[in-house]
Design a protein around this ligand. Structure first.
Ligand code: ADP
Ligand code: MG
Ligand code: MG
Ligand code: MG
Length: 392
């Protein structure tokens, strides 16, 4: 195949590319809009006006779009994203967009158009509940984590796969923005001045820092399975029937509990933005995510495990307990960083009334801190809703 030279696409060259790739018959009247609302990349929506069929062309820029050229960022993330989508698709095709084409030098992924669905964060903010969301995410996580781990792959295959997902630059963003900066007076932090006392109290909490250091170390060193790496509700398209996970450019081999923790945190961040009487569906999703994950992972463990130690009594329970505890700690870090760190969530920032918004953010800080500090003594997922209420 011919070697392409990197160049950022425009709406016009994206159309030419779609035609050149044979994604539409020659002469099809196409329109294109750049619809990327994310922080890092370009996303082109190419649509056939006559049949209203579309494709998505996502392209990485050699820098982070949100900041500009002063924040260079590897183009390799596009290849990581394409490969992660293809790997996930081999286990759970129902939960990811189809990848039609990818080009490493152009840093593009051409994929299925999911415009008939809605980004879950937006829908949740509008009050939608997505009844199947937690069942689907629980299954997605159980299957992708199990099948890419040493329990689902032989040792050589796993090491090979892990090698192709070494992703140091994107991991560094998480190490800094999730695990480090929010816990210190770093200039990436971003919070309303009224929260300064609360934030300084957090910065001065040395037991919180010790626990967060342990969680960061896990993220740095444990290579259990292929993670999505950025599984917040903005990386999920949903409807009442379907769930599709997008945007795995942060994918890498990491600890089993990390994606679970980020997803649970984003459910809780949405719950924090709601009135008390509208929170139930979020708590139900938190519980169901874990229950479905645990059930599905356990079945795979019993039936498909390639590890000699799989049948040793207590080993599955040990893996599940460790994953649960870590997920709760990671969730606490995510809640705190989405409240006072660089990248916020619209769930909290979108609360119009200032006092209500500040109260929700203070509640978020107390909940995040409690999850991190108490994680080892939380035994049941149902305890999360109690801690949510106790930290009100
Ligand atoms: P980033 O890495 O910059 O965050 P995302 O992959 O999250 O990029 O995509 C940004 C936005 O582009 C999404 O929120 C969504 O609105 C749109 N988008 C991305 N992928 C698709 C798709 N397959 N179908 C339809 N819209 C998409
Ligand atoms: Mg995104
Ligand atoms: Mg987005
Ligand atoms: Mg992204």
């Amino acid at each position: 195949s011919k070697q392409s030279v990197y160049e950022p696409l425009t709406e016009n060259t994206a159309i030419s590319l779609a035609l050149r790739l044979g994604l539409f018959p020659e002469g099809t009247p196409l329109t294109c809009r750049e619809i990327g609302d994310g922080n890092l990349n370009l996303v082109f929506h190419v649509v056939d006006q006559t049949k209203n069929k579309g494709v998505i062309i996502k392209q990485a820029l050699p820098y982070a779009k949100v900041v500009g050229e002063s924040w260079p960022l590897t183009l390799k993330r596009a290849t990581i994203e394409s490969n992660a989508l293809r790997t996930f698709s081999s286990y759970v095709p129902e939960y990811v967009p189809k990848v039609y084409y990818s080009d490493e030098s152009l840093a593009i992924t051409v994929m299925e158009d999911l415009s008939h669905l809605q980004i879950a964060r937006k829908g949740l903010i509008e009050g939608k509940t997505y009844p199947l969301l937690s069942q689907h995410i629980g299954q997605f996580l159980a299957k992708t984590l199990f099948y890419t781990s040493d329990f689902g792959l032989n040792q050589q295959q796993k090491k090979q796969l892990a090698q192709s997902f070494v992703n140091p630059e994107l991991c560094k963003i998480t190490e800094d923005l999730v695990f480090t900066d929010p816990f210190f007076d770093h200039d990436t932090n971003n919070f309303e001045e009224e929260l300064r006392d609360d934030v300084e109290t957090l910065w001065n909490n040395s037991s919180l820092k010790l626990e967060t250091a342990k969680l960061k170390r896990k993220f740095l060193t444990e290579g259990d399975a292929l993670l999505h790496g950025d599984l917040h509700t903005g990386s999920i398209f949903a409807s009442d029937e379907e769930t599709k996970i997008i945007d795995p450019e942060f994918a890498f081999y990491g600890p089993l509990g990390f994606d679970l923790g980020q997803f649970l945190a984003n459910l809780l961040l949405n719950a924090l933005s709601r009135n008390e009487e509208e929170r139930e569906p979020l708590f139900a999703h938190v519980e169901k995510t874990w229950e479905v994950f645990q059930q599905t992972f356990s079945e795979l463990w019993e039936n498909q495990n390639v590890e000699t130690y799989a049948k040793v009594p207590g080993f599955l329970q040990e893996v599940l307990d460790r994953t649960f505890t870590d997920a709760i700690g990671f969730a606490g870090c995510e809640i705190i960083r989405r409240t006072i760190g660089l990248a916020h969530v619209a769930d909290l920032d979108g609360i119009k009334d200032k006092e209500e918004r500040l109260n929700a953010k203070r509640h978020a800080l107390r909940l995040g801190k409690t999850l991190i500090l108490k994680r080892e003594s939380i035994n049941k997922i149902q305890e999360i809703r109690q801690l949510f209420t106790q930290t009100t």
